[in-house]
Design a protein around this ligand. Structure first.
Ligand SMILES: C[S@@+](CC[C@H](N)C(=O)[O-])C[C@H]1O[C@@H](n2cnc3c(N)ncnc32)[C@H](O)[C@@H]1O
Length: 384
């Protein structure tokens, strides 16, 4: 991350503009000033941290601009205007990390709600052997791979490049929540191969009753949810959930080979463990759903009350949480740092409260079930 270290920094009065950057307003807390900055049409915070006897000027992580050069420029301009006596500056480094285009952000799924190809979805693809196999053998299908382990995503993306596979998109997200972004009756096959059994923390398992409902909703009629596991406990647990549906088409296999074996599978086979497959076929057409939108606030509030009464606060529900972490206050503005949503996939963002406006920053979270519940709690709390 670009940053500047200085042992002198003049206090600047805002707003001012310099070198194509607008420094608009600031809020402060304990040892940090958050400067709300605009550069090339993008808005973000830069942070001045007092690390006595030095000061660190850097970008704030939640509101990073799309290109690091915007942040580098803003840091340099601010330091120049504040007459900094610079001890360290890496803002001229041009090591720009390019992102592999097949790795998508969750926004991609909200915006591309409808895909023109038949979809396969692989959950927790790990080393990616099975995902690559499916992509190679089904050039007419789009294979969506969802993983929470970043190195696995990077590795699979690299392999897709080497193999010239253009029918894969990968996303770093909790698969249980990704399902909410997908259109009803749109997916032909969902693979869950060797999910972590989480015997001691079953709430972390990918398969649970609400995930299964969502999987059946996104599957086409005749589409399949395919679980492959070496864990007898997980097999029985999943079967118990699958059989709860009023109508269930379930097929079970024990110790059958697939065309391709994953690294995990090779290991379990060497240990002569049993391998179980359950295929749950969807038999019903589900009602259409609409694309998720962004949450927003629709009310004005009393900024002074928030400023006076704020204390960090954590609310925990069955399937959501809200954490008001800290407040930064400035002239006519209050910025609250929050995390909220589903415990498996927390949203981290600011709420900017002004006299006549309240908004999430940098963007509102998507209207997933957990986010909507959390948002209602936040609205109540912000209204006192
Ligand atoms: C035991 S590995 C199996 C990997 C691969 N399917 C295989 O057969 O080799 C389980 C994988 O699921 C991923 N995972 C765990 N929870 C997940 C979730 N909620 N959403 C997406 N991936 C998840 C883990 O990061 C891990 O790579």
């Amino acid at each position: 991350m670009p940053n500047i270290v200085t042992d002198f920094i003049a206090k600047l009065s805002l707003p001012f503009s310099s070198g194509g950057c607008d420094f608009l307003w600031e809020v402060s807390s304990k040892d940090s000033d958050y400067i709300f900055t605009r550069c090339e049409g993008e808005e973000f915070f830069i942070l001045v941290k007092n690390k006595s006897p030095k000061f660190l000027i850097k970008g704030e992580k939640l509101s990073r601009p799309s290109q690091v050069i915007f942040l580098q420029r803003a840091l340099r301009e601010y330091a120049k205007k504040a007459n900094c006596n610079i001890l360290f500056d890496n803002t001229c480094s041009n090591r720009v990390k390019t992102k592999n285009p097949i790795i998508k952000e969750i926004d991609f799924f909200a915006q591309n709600f409808t895909f023109d190809k038949e979809l396969f979805l692989e959950i927790g693809f790990g080393s990616g052997r099975h995902l690559l196999y499916q992509a190679k053998n089904n050039p007419d299908k789009l294979i969506i791979g969802v993983e929470i382990h970043k190195p696995s995503i990077e590795q699979a993306a690299k392999q897709c490049g080497i193999l010239g596979l253009e029918n894969v998109i990968l996303v770093d997200y909790d698969s249980r929540i990704l399902m909410e972004f997908l259109r009803s009756n749109s997916v032909s096959r969902i693979f869950i191969h060797f999910p972590v059994p989480w015997d001691k923390k079953p709430h972390r398992r990918v398969i649970n009753p609400s995930f299964t409902d969502e999987a059946l909703r996104v599957l086409k009629v005749g589409g399949t949810l395919e679980l492959r596991t070496d864990s007898e406990e997980y097999f029985k647990y999943a079967l118990d959930i699958f059989i709860q549906n009023a109508q269930s088409d379930i097929r079970i296999l024990k110790n059958f080979d697939l065309e391709i074996s994953s690294k995990y599978e090779d290991r379990w086979k060497r240990l002569e463990k049993n391998i179980y497959d359950i295929t749950l076929t969807n038999t019903k057409l589900s009602p259409d759903n609409s694309a998720l939108s962004r949450l927003d606030f629709d009310f004005l509030n009393n900024i002074d009350k928030i400023r006076q009464n704020f204390t960090p606060k954590l609310f925990v529900g069955d399937d959501f949480f809200v954490h008001f972490e800290e407040m930064h206050a400035g002239c006519k503005k209050v910025v609250i740092r929050t995390s909220f949503g589903a415990s498996g996939r927390a949203e981290h963002m600011f709420i900017i409260v002004q006299e006549d406006k309240i908004a999430y920053f940098p963007n509102g979270a998507y209207t997933t079930k957990a986010n909507k519940t959390a948002h209602e709690i936040m609205k109540k709390w912000l209204n006192g």
